[in-house]
Design a protein. Sequence first.
Length: 105
Amino acid sequence: MDDKYEVIITKKCRKSLNQICDYITNILYTEIAANKLLDKFENLIDILETTPFIYKKVERYTIIDKEYRKAIIKNYIIIYDVDEEKKKVYLDNMFYGGSDYINKI
């Protein structure tokens, strides 16, 4: 019996991750930091495959019709939702922690 969830990185999340890594590498000139962020992102995927409910729920607003959760990696917040029936975790987007991410979901 396989209890693992499939983790799916949405296009929006992949685009955000790429933009963040490009910024860290090309503007801040710290490729090592970008690689560390990618390593932590991969570790997050490993965690979510087995324990997708480990992170807190995002505060609910009437405009949100899903139960979103948030994981924090360094200065960034990853918003995701879990489909228990299909055993899938969708990484919906990634934001700088200081941004108003709630209104961008």
